[in-house]
Design a protein around this ligand. Structure first.
Ligand code: A2P
Length: 287
């Protein structure tokens, strides 16, 4: 997978000395896209960007199947939330590295110029269409569950539709918050959002990062911090209610189930593309 098929015709020796036009590598995989950038955050987390199929449209918050060719010659694919917004000319993904994971044990070694397989059929429920209008939008994430919110936070509609956007992100360690923190910081200088939403749009964003296994300014699972009321007191907002609050949830399975129950307890109902309501849930797609 790390090899790019050589060009079909080798350049003549003296052509190499001139400004010969760059020759595009010939795709070797079905639905191949080329990796353009890779960033490693911790020994468990990395992000990468790749080319986007010219015809692929998606709604910010959706996911696609991506992967590599397996040792058995068959594509090894997993569902990955698209972390880039719908208007971006490239695609971005945020991934865990599982050392013995069938896909991520290999995917973590990709380099710019390598190819990945991407099935260009985006789907998902973490989309604005699945929520009724509201005042305050909550993004609840654990670990790599931040990915769809990295897309939605760069989507102008997020700021058009809501007065306030609260992002909670619970991770084991401080380093696991870096991708999200940098993304949120980058919004302050995002040209497109500034142009469309005005210079103050980022004042709508409230960021509430917490860690559970390493010391940080706010420790604890978000679920516990909500149950105790500490989270609402810290943010200076009332407990969620269905008249004003909308929520999107993406994390590990236990987290999704627990927070779903809590949201139902606050009186919010689960929405879908065909039946928009007050909250939507998606599981993080781990190896
Ligand atoms: P904890 O360290 O207490 O297990 P993971 O990396 O295992 O997916 O977990 C990411 C983060 O989500 C961790 O901080 C973990 O806390 C937290 N977490 C796991 N399960 C739940 C849950 N049911 N409710 C809230 N947070 C959870």
């Amino acid at each position: 997978m790390n090899e790019v098929t050589p060009v079909t015709e080798a350049p003549k020796p003296d052509a190499q000395k001139t400004d010969a036009p760059k020759i595009k590598p010939v795709p070797t995989l079905p639905d191949a896209q080329t990796v353009t950038e890779v960033k490693h955050y911790t020994d468990r987390l990395f992000s990468f960007r790749c080319t986007r199929p010219a015809t692929m449209r998606f709604r910010s918050g959706e996911f696609v199947m991506i992967g590599l060719m397996g040792d058995n010659g068959k594509p090894l694919l997993r569902a990955y939330s698209i972390a880039s917004p719908s208007w971006d000319e490239e695609l971005e993904f945020y991934s865990i590295k599982v050392q013995d994971g069938p896909l991520t044990s290999k995917l973590q070694h990709i380099q710019p110029g390598d190819e990945i397989i991407l099935r260009p059929k985006p789907v998902g429920t973490l989309v604005h269409d699945a929520l009724l209008p509201g005042k305050r939008l909550w993004f609840f994430a654990t670990g790599t569950g931040f990915a769809p919110f990295a897309s939605l936070l760069r989507e102008p509609q997020t700021y058009e539709d809501y007065d306030e956007v609260i992002i909670t992100h619970t991770c084991r360690e401080v380093g696991e918050l870096t991708y999200g923190r940098e993304l949120i910081e980058s919004l302050k200088t995002d040209e497109l959002l500034h142009e469309l939403m005005g210079p103050d749009f980022h004042k709508k964003i409230r960021y509430y990062p917490t860690t559970t296994r390493e010391e940080s300014p706010k420790m604890g699972r978000i679920t516990d911090l909500m149950r105790s009321g500490e989270c609402f007191a810290d943010l200076g907002v009332p407990v969620l209610n269905k008249d004003t609050d909308r929520a999107m949830v993406c994390g590990n399975l236990a987290f999704n189930l627990e927070i779903k129950e809590m949201l139902e307890g606050y009186g919010l109902e689960e929405g879908a593309n065909s039946d928009p309501k007050h909250y939507v849930v998606e599981k993080a797609f781990l190896d």
